[in-house]
Design a protein around this ligand. Structure first.
Ligand code: B12
Ligand code: SF4
Length: 430
């Protein structure tokens, strides 16, 4: 069979639009199907948009996040429904919506059901996937299945674990992968890294260090094999483990992406983040002392946030010398606690999924208007990503940071150009 997977592009520019990093789901599934003898192609629309008029396949698999769902449905509707299957976080959380555009939808992880679906042995419309018990049993993802030029991809994504023991109120991860933390052995991960060649790596685990024993071992192996130039996602609390931090630095960790979330203690509590502002400050200092750069991610718009919180976030980032930041607007992703709460309070004013990307306000905040929050975050972003800051960083020879800030600046310009009229807000009483 010829099987084509498509990862739709998001319609709105975001801070990551230019990185062109593919999701691993379609690649794992494609690799498994290829090993069964099928012909597989994967299109990530940010890398290469296929010519849909000419695209022929026996089966089309579409992977959707909430922000790419509408585009995914649009693509699906170009093909006969009996050829289309869907999966990914959004399809898993709203299968009844996705099934309107596909013959089958998989909820959750699909590695253990994909072959039977493709080969017609599983035929029910909504299929419950199964969490992979032994992640070492998965093949190494075959990136050559992706069509187009991947040279713009900043780093190769590598997933060493699934699930997260925490349960932050706005996060889709535990709804999708569960709270049980499953992880690959250090040796298995090392095998994949060796097969990748010496490229930059992004460990895209939601929590790279949640099983310390395994991660110490993996870091030891990175040192032994002289693999440097990698980044990962961790929580602040990793810095309280001196052995872990020391090993990360020794193993060449360039940067960490950390969910700092808020500089407002009440908001941190409401998000159920289980960290304090003091712990955040300590963590940033510890990372910097270990020469690890910090990409700090904030979520603004909790019920205790006001305009002061927005500006305090920028001041905090500047004062603590956070290397790059992302200020997202709280987004009620279906299935999360935030979604349930806001929905029950009738505060969500649009279900246009294109806007569910952390950059658009889609609900009524408590202490300020939707428009105030949207404009406040945009202005705060502009201040942080101001050209003057990028220039001074360049003068200071911090090229990478400057580059990232320029990137943020140009994306912001594009965003403002497209959304200058804040059209989705003008039609709503917010
Ligand atoms: C790497 C990553 C990124 C990368 C690349 C993402 C990309 N190409 O979209 C970057 C950093 C660029 C990024 C950006 C964003 N991300 Co992101 N990201 C991730 C992360 C950490 C890992 C993704 C991954 O590879 N997972 C591992 C693979 C194995 O899982 P999977 O792709 O879901 O695939 C499995 C199943 O879904 C299913 N499946 C998947 N596709 C298909 C297709 C078919 C046909 C079938 C049958 C089954 C199936 O089977 C697969 C194997 O089991 C996830 C968290 C997570 N744990 O998934 C967040 C996550 C996907 N991101 C999220 C968000 C919100 C964003 C942003 C909107 C906001 C932001 N952070 O700026 C942007 C938007 C990106 C976009 N495409 O528009 C949310 C999505 C929530 C939602 N409901 O949509 C997640 C879940 C994180 C979270 N905390 O909630 N992200
Ligand atoms: S935000 Fe991070 S720590 Fe919190 S539940 Fe999601 S993945 Fe886990």
């Amino acid at each position: 069979m010829k099987i084509v997977f498509i990862e739709p592009r998001s319609t709105e520019a975001n801070v990551y639009s230019r990185i062109s990093m593919p999701l691993l789901g379609p690649i794992y599934l494609g690799t498994i199907l290829k090993a069964r003898g099928h012909e597989v192609e994967i299109y990530n629309e940010d890398i290469l948009r296929p010519d849909y008029g000419k695209l022929e396949a026996d089966l089309i698999g579409i992977s959707i996040l909430t922000s790419t769902a509408k585009r995914g449905y649009e693509i699906a509707d170009r093909f006969p429904r009996e050829k289309v299957i869907m999966g990914g976080v959004h399809a898993s959380l709203l299968p009844e919506e996705a099934i309107k555009h596909a013959r089958q939808v998989v909820i959750g992880e699909a590695e253990e059901v994909i072959v039977d679906i493709a080969e017609g042995r599983i035929t029910e419309p909504i299929v419950r996937g199964r969490p992979v018990g032994d992640l070492d049993s998965l093949p190494y993802p075959d990136f050559t299945l992706i069509k187009g030029d991947r040279s713009r991809t900043l780093a190769i994504p590598v997933s060493t674990s699934r699930g997260c023991p925490h349960d932050c109120s706005f996060c889709s991860v535990t709804k999708m992968f569960g709270r049980k933390y499953r992880f690959r052995s250090a040796e298995n991960v090392m095998g994949e890294l060796e097969s990748n060649g010496r490229k930059s790596i992004f460990f895209c685990d939601d929590n790279f260090a949640a099983a310390p024993g395994r991660t110490y071992k993996l870091l030891d192996l990175l040192v032994k094999h002289d693999i440097k130039n990698w980044a990962c996602q961790v929580r602040c609390d990793v810095t309280r483990d001196a052995r872990m931090l020391g090993l990360m630095a020794k193993a060449g960790c360039q940067a960490v992406c950390v969910g700092l979330e808020s500089v407002n203690e009440k908001t941190l509590k409401a998000y159920d983040k289980k960290q304090t502002v003091t712990q955040i400050i300590d963590a940033i200092r510890a990372f910097h002392k270990s020469k690890i750069k910090v990409h700090g991610m904030f979520v603004l718009g909790g019920d205790d946030d006001n305009m002061k919180t927005v500006w305090e976030t920028v001041s905090f980032a500047v004062k603590q010398k956070i290397d790059t930041i992302q200020m997202m607007i709280l987004t009620p992703f279906p299935g999360t606690r935030v979604y349930k709460d806001l929905e029950s309070e009738k505060r969500i004013f649009t279900k246009d999924w294109n806007l569910y990307d952390g950059q658009h306000i889609v609900f009524r905040p408590k202490l300020l208007s939707a428009k105030e929050l949207q404009l406040g975050v945009l202005k705060a972003y502009a201040k942080y990503y101001s050209l003057s800051k990028s220039f001074s960083l360049l003068i200071g020879l911090h090229f990478r940071n400057a580059l990232l800030r320029f990137m943020g600046h140009s994306i912001l310009k594009e965003w403002k150009h497209n959304n200058g009229k804040l059209s989705w807000l003008s039609s709503t009483p917010v």
